[in-house]
Write a protein of this length. Sequence first.
Length: 138
Amino acid sequence: MTDEPEASMTTTETASPFAALADERHILLRTRRRDGTPVSTPVHLVVDGTRILFRTFDPSGKLKRIRTDPDVDIAPCTLRGRVTGPTVPATARILHGKESTRAAAALATKYPLLHGRLIPWYHRRKGLVTTQLELTSR
């Protein structure tokens, strides 16, 4: 028997603030109107390291509110928006170019039928612009 410390005790790991959400299928995204009134919307998510990726369409209400105030609150939820865990503050950012393409691919990987086929087809058919966003912890 040696007196060496265990490897797990000497390794310093920086856990993602969103690691607990990695297996979730939905989060409740709470944005704020200009007057401060909160608006909650369930969205699909992909946890990518220290950030969460999700998508919406332009012009959607949540995207307009995020452009006005990027500070949001998120919580795990059911498909219908019933909160199932603690709320976490986050900051939203709209992705462009290659970042947006990578986020779309990540969503299509986790949700192959919905985000790989149906949502892009629907947005094209309706003439909507699909917009990917990222959430980082505040």
